[in-house]
Design a binder for this molecule. Structure first.
Ligand code: AMP
Ligand code: MG
Length: 404
């Protein structure tokens, strides 16, 4: 059976980053840059005052004191017209350009203005060139790189792009992800299940996981374990960039999903991965006539399996599609809080609670009744990975965890 590492490799080999699209910065939040950007100007574009006060020549000061003749007032957005000579100053506002000859700004609180004499008496602390001002191009020079391809756009990157003259950017779009829950036993969450029925919790849980991954969910409702119904629902789902099916991928007689997918022209990449929970995971690709493939995951129906498989594998595929340079889940080493006995016949991803003590991650594996026990995950903010076999781990032992 395929190892989880081999499954990751096959996913990364199969899923191609989406073709870049141009987006306004207003629509680029949480996208990944497809091309690096450069600044079209110096930052700041001019020697800039960082305080409201007076622009001065620092050489005019003795023990932080000077009395200077006021020349003009320079507001943000205006341009100074008078170059300062020794003994002269101009009143200046935060964000305004310093006049020629000035090399520092004194804050208004340290200044006593004599309106009649058009002079100002200043008593400030130690004075040196560069005080309370930002020299032209000290942050960034025109033509310098601002952000590299592969950068994930948070609010501060979006602002930096606006500042440096990139009002639109090339990014890889988020995928549309269709969700199809399968099973004759399923009813909608708002219904009261009759004998033998359960509520369809996976659809809305996957919907939320897709949102959390910055992708666009397209819920398709429930497909019955019956070929014609399943096939028409699959056809609908294959119009999205991804199709996630929940259930119907194990060895049961009514587990029709793998067969129906292949009947629909989907090429299987793998079926079954050596992990617990999540072994029946199915992955394939449909090469569409328009050149845009659809990537299909058949997720096991048990809710914890579905959740683990999404977090490990589907999220990786979505991140690859969106152009993340490191799409795989981040591994965090954490110390076991207490002794733990693991007896899985496959590498086991155990719901766990991680907390931080003195900067170190401490993990407590949680009791679980298995892959149908969604409630054990409500307490969890991570899964901890334990190797195959009957093994006793002592408190303090370091294990790999994946944060949720
Ligand atoms: P399956 O993979 O179809 O054999 O389903 C495995 C288990 O998961 C069964 O107990 C199902 O009832 C349950 N299950 C399947 N689909 C869902 C769903 N959408 N929501 C909650 N449980 C489900
Ligand atoms: Mg089923």
């Amino acid at each position: 059976m395929l190892s989880a590492q081999e499954a990751f490799q096959l996913i990364l080999k199969t899923v191609k980053p989406a073709p870049p699209v141009q987006r306004s910065l207003f629509d680029a939040w949480h996208c990944v840059l497809a091309e690096g950007t450069v600044s079209d100007l110096n930052i700041p574009p001019f020697d800039k005052a960082l305080m409201d006060g007076f622009a001065v020549k620092s050489s005019d000061f003795r023990d932080g004191k000077a009395t200077l003749q006021i020349q003009e007032t320079i507001y943000a957005g205006s341009v100074p017209t008078i170059a300062l000579q020794s003994g002269q100053t101009s009143q200046i506002m935060t964000g305004a350009p310093l006049p020629e000859g000035a090399d520092a700004v004194v804050q208004i609180e340290h200044c006593q203005i004599d309106e009649a004499a058009r002079s100002v008496k200043i008593d400030t602390g130690p004075m040196s060139p560069g005080k309370n001002m930002l020299p032209q191009s000290s942050v960034l020079e025109a033509g310098a790189p601002v952000l590299a391809a592969g950068t994930f756009l948070r609010p501060q990157e979006i602002g930096a792009l606006a500042e440096t003259g990139s009002p639109t950017v090339m990014v890889r779009p988020a995928p549309t992800v269709a969700i199809l829950a399968t099973g004759d036993e399923l009813v909608a969450p708002e219904e009261s299940p009759q004998a033998g029925q359960i509520r369809n919790s996976n659809e809305v849980m996957l919907h939320t996981q897709i949102q959390q991954a910055d992708a666009l969910p397209r819920p398709l409702g429930i497909a019955r374990d019956e070929r014609d119904h399943l096939r028409s629902k699959i056809q609908e789902g294959l119009n999205s960039d991804f199709l996630l099916l929940s259930g119907g991928v194990s060895a049961g007689e009514r587990d029709l999903v793998p067969d129906e997918l292949e009947q629909s022209g989907v090429r299987q990449v793998f079926h079954k991965v050596n992990l617990k929970p999540g072994k029946p995971l199915w992955f394939g690709v449909l090469e569409r006539a328009d050149g845009n493939p659809c990537y299909i995951f058949g997720l096991p129906g048990n809710p914890v399996s579905s959740m683990v498989c999404f977090e490990l594998f589907v999220r990786t595929a979505i991140r690859q599609f969106m152009g993340f340079p490191s799409p795989k889940p981040q591994i965090l080493p954490a110390r076991l809080c207490n002794d733990f006995h693991s007896s899985g016949n496959r590498p086991t991803y155990q719901p766990a609670q991680v907390k931080w003590e003195a900067g170190e991650a401490i993990v407590s594996p949680l009791k679980t009744m298995g892959s149908a026990d969604l409630h054990s995950t409500v307490q969890a903010n991570a899964v901890a990975l334990f190797a195959t076999g009957n093994q006793h781990y002592q408190a303090g032992f370091k294990v790999d965890v994946f944060l949720w």
